[in-house]
Write a protein that binds this ligand. Structure first.
Ligand code: GDP
Ligand code: IMO
Ligand code: MG
Length: 431
């Protein structure tokens, strides 16, 4: 079973980390293909809880080769901070490979991310402030610094000069901040060069060879479909391509080698940061939203921000199936819905008086979208020990079947708790 993509179907935090960890022992490589330390994956193994940001979730599985692909942007301070923290806890990180073509996040990216948000005021995106957008902007503007540049100081200095040239004008004249010197940036980058050197590889070649040898490669997406810069709720998105196409460009694995696309989807919906969210529970429904947030522990792994909460949106799920070619879903956090008398599911939108069943074409249309709900019966039984569909209360079974039906792909696994074991496996996630 060669290449599998695992990605988020909604606005992130669907439980991709747990799903990747579940597959971990059956795969040979886990590749992070997009994003950077804006991601936050919480993984619970027994009594141990791990919060990963930049490292692929496969790092926790002995024997797996974790790979940071070319599509990722790397903050070296964060990378080594995370490696050191895991090593202290006895996790072996020595197999990690880093693409020579991955771009680096510099101190100027972090600064610009923060000041740009402040400058936007009420129009801010609510970014994670980690320098992700500015680093990708430099990549596209062809003034980025890549991992490979660390090993030639002369080239590195030239590239940093190129990157800072315009930015210092912007920082000083527009944002009223101090200029950042080439020396301080080069120094920050070089501090990590020798530690990074043995990890740096032509990861596209490594992965191509691995697939030729019949090895299994899991491509792990950060963020999610609706945060994709092309297919998401632009401009309230991240600056990379978390969708399945991004798995190819961000790793160098061609589309013809991808066999399966697993989308992780929560049994309800959350979103962190700004942007439209039709099923959000707010205003009169605020208390219900608060209840979902509390029951689901919906606070950001990266920033600690409370996540906005709302009901399951089948329009969004169907859209994710279409743009990613989803073969199956992993449905997570079903246990969080225990105790509701009725559970609404959004089956379409009312957009300015018109009933629609697809994502509106325009941003304005999506901002105007009002959810049309179908109501499902809830359940009261604790489902955290369910290990098969038959163990679920009848109404939970009906809910799960309805979601699969409405969303356009089968559900292969269901999360009924944060732990590895708290999972109902319906169909093998491999093979
Ligand atoms: P990711 O960014 O997609 O990896 O997701 P996060 O880790 O940011 O958020 C998902 C949270 O839900 C984490 O705290 C997980 O431990 C937790 N989680 C994952 N699956 C389940 C589940 O089925 N039930 C419950 N109750 N929690 C889950
Ligand atoms: P995981 O991988 C949820 C959101 C931010 C903000 C927008 C842009 O844990 O699912 P950025 O810093 O990327 O420029 O911020 O994207 N965002 C996420 N929301 N989960 C994530 O990652 C996210 N990564 C970025 O909150 O709205
Ligand atoms: Mg997360």
């Amino acid at each position: 079973m060669p290449a599998i993509v695992l990605l988020g179907a909604q606005w992130g935090d669907e439980g991709k980390g747990k799903a990747t960890d579940l597959l971990g022992s059956s795969v040979d490589y886990v590749v992070k293909y997009n994003g950077g330390n804006n991601a936050g994956h919480t993984i619970v193994i027994g009594d141990e809880k791990y919060a990963l940001h930049l490292l692929p979730s496969g790092i926790l599985t002995p024997g797996v080769v974790p790979v940071i692909g070319n599509g990722v942007v790397i903050d070296l301070q964060v990378l080594f901070g995370e490696i050191d923290a895991l090593e202290t806890r006895g996790v072996d990180t020595s197999r990690l490979l880093v693409s020579a073509s991955a771009h680096l996040i510099g101190p100027y990216h972090r600064t610009i991310d923060k000041v740009a948000e402040r400058f936007l005021g009420s129009a801010r995106l609510g970014t994670t402030g980690r320098g992700i957008g500015p680093a990708y902007a430099d990549k596209m503007s062809r003034v980025g610094v890549r991992a490979q540049d660390l090993f030639d100081e002369k080239i590195l200095r030239q590239k940093v000069e190129g990157a800072l040239d315009l930015k210092n004008h912007l920082l000083v004249k527009v944002y009223n901040r101090r200029a950042i010197t080439v020396d301080e940036v080069v120094e920050e980058f070089l501090e990590y060069a020798e530690r990074l050197r043995p990890m740096v590889a032509d990861t596209t070649l490594v992965l191509g060879d691995a697939l030729d040898e019949g090895r299994t490669v899991l491509l792990e997406g950060g963020q999610a479909t609706l945060l994709d810069v092309d297919h998401g709720t632009y401009p309230f998105v991240t600056s990379s391509n978390p969708t399945a196409g991004g798995a190819c460009t961000g790793s160098g694995i061609p589309p013809t080698r991808i066999d399966r696309v697993i989308a992780v989807v929560k049994a309800y919906t959350t979103r962190v940061g700004s942007g439209p969210f039709p099923t959000e529970l707010r205003d009169a429904d605020h208390a219900a939203g608060e209840r979902l947030r509390t029951d689901g522990a919906e606070f950001g792994t990266t920033t600690g921000r409370p996540r906005r909460t709302g009901w399951y949106d089948a329009v969004v799920a169907r859209y994710a199936v279409r743009v990613n070619g989803v073969t199956d879903f992993v449905l997570t956090k079903l246990d969080v819905l225990t105790g509701w008398e009725k559970i609404p599911v959004c089956i379409g939108y009312d957009v300015d008086g018109e009933r629609v069943h697809e994502m509106p074409m325009t941003q304005t249309g999506f901002h105007h979208a009002k959810p049309v709900y179908e109501m499902f019966d809830g359940w009261d039984e604790d489902i955290t020990s369910a290990r098969s569909l038959a163990d679920l209360p009848k109404s939970a079974q009906v809910y799960v079947h309805a979601l699969a039906e409405m969303s356009g792909a089968p559900i292969s696994a269901i999360g009924v708790g944060p732990g590895r074991a708290e999972t109902i496996e319906i169909r093998s996630l491999l093979g």
